[in-house]
Write a protein that binds this ligand. Structure first.
Ligand SMILES: *Cc1c(COP(=O)(O)O)cnc(C)c1O
Length: 379
């Protein structure tokens, strides 16, 4: 029997607990497990870095939601990314990364992995030819975000999957912005899905976490080996919070999308807004590809302010209901200035973002209240 997305979100990996029938998977707050005899752990549980039932429940659920055979949960999105890089790459290898990647992802490549011997090239991932031109004989991973952060560019997952295959590279898709409800990269040929579960998957701005999901068994085993060997796991309570959040992912995403669509309409005709960036707009250069690979277009909107950087900063400071803050994907709406906040670490690099850019993470509040707040913030 195959189940729909919302059913899997609530039930996959979450059978009632056998002893008591507890409907919600317990928080197995334990570091170790009693063994019946030397070399005979019960159900394979020996030590919680290696395996923990609460984390297992989350991992199984995430794998089901992405349509992969193996899910692995980590302490943060960056912990998942680091584990992936050092599982798959050797010093001397090369990775193609997006020219508007998440700032922390860029920093991981440029300041940490590069020192360890990993080479990288930033390319515009919405342009398949630009990605092809960046590939070298040592390219191990083509890394894309789609939609990208913060410019909301769209990468063609199926085309890049074919390109990666031709060059014996692995296509990795950071699916944080879309969530598995809106987009399932493995179904379009990607090899690895990365999540910051801190964002939409957790959805309540109360827990930091990350995940890797793959379909290929050998790759899954390699990553699981490194998850244990490197140790960047999440704790049982964090796994539990994330699993609690994921149950409502589908309904939350639909409301995020409804509210974002309404705000896009409002912003597009506002005299203080020079340009709205949202893949759901027919004039967005990635609209057609987004429509092909996404169910809807998500809750993230960026726009460029008339009046440049000073005005963009003033809008962020004037917002009241939109909380001024980093991160995204929670039930509450957030506003930020990428140039000075989330993307401050890429100033002066090929990934620098325009100063007049404002980024919104549209929450699930009453949409009229969100419109009213933006209206007063724009002035
Ligand atoms: C937040 C984020 C990350 C990093 O995840 P953390 O959980 O903060 O470590 C990676 N990619 C994207 C697109 C993000 O938004």
């Amino acid at each position: 029997m195959t189940f729909g997305f919302e059913t899997l979100a609530i039930h996959a990996g979450q059978e009632p607990e056998p002893r008591t029938g507890a409907v919600v998977p317990p928080i197995y707050q334990t570091s170790t497990y009693a063994q019946d005899a030397v070399g005979a752990p019960r159900e394979g549980y020996e030590y919680s870095r290696t395996a923990n039932p609460t984390r297992d429940a989350l991992q199984e659920c995430l794998a089901a939601l992405e349509g992969g055979r193996r899910g692995l949960a980590f302490a943060s999105g960056l912990a998942a990314e680091d584990t992936l890089l050092r599982s798959v790459c050797q010093p001397g290898d090369h990775v193609v990364i997006p020219d508007d990647a998440y700032g922390g992802t860029f920093r991981l490549f440029a300041k940490v992995a590069q020192r360890w011997g990993l080479d990288w090239t930033a390319a515009k991932v919405s342009d398949v030819d630009a990605v092809r031109a960046a590939i070298t004989p040592r390219t191990k991973i083509i890394w894309v975000e789609t939609p990208t952060n913060p410019l909301l560019g769209i990468a063609d997952i199926a085309a890049l999957a074919a390109l990666a295959k031709d060059h014996d590279a692995l296509l990795t898709v950071d699916n944080t912005f879309a969530s598995p409800y809106l987009q399932q990269p493995l179904a379009h040929g990607a090899d690895i899905v990365v999540h910051s579960t801190t964002k939409y998957v957790g959805g309540h701005s109360d827990v930091v976490g990350g995940a890797l999901i793959v379909d290929e068994e050998g790759l899954g085993q390699e990553l699981a080996y490194h998850q244990n060997a490197m140790g960047a796991i999440n704790g049982p309570f964090d796994a539990w919070l994330t699993l609690r959040g994921v149950k409502t992912l589908g309904v939350r995403m639909d409301r995020h999308c409804d509210n974002a669509e309404r705000l896009v309409e409002f912003l597009a005709s506002h005299r203080k807004v020079a340009q709205v960036l949202y893949p759901g707009m027919p004039e967005h250069p990635g609209h057609e590809i987004a429509a092909k690979q996404m169910r809807r277009f998500g809750g993230m909107i960026s726009f460029r302010a008339v009046g440049g950087e000073d005005e963009a900063i003033a809008i962020c400071n004037r917002a009241r209901l939109f909380v001024l803050g980093e991160s995204l994907g929670g039930v509450e709406s957030l506003i930020e200035h990428p140039g000075r906040m989330t993307h401050a670490s890429v100033v002066g690099s090929p990934l620098e973002v325009p100063g007049d850019l404002v980024r919104l993470s549209v929450g699930i509040e009453t949409v009229d209240d969100l419109v009213a707040d933006l209206d007063q913030a724009l002035g």
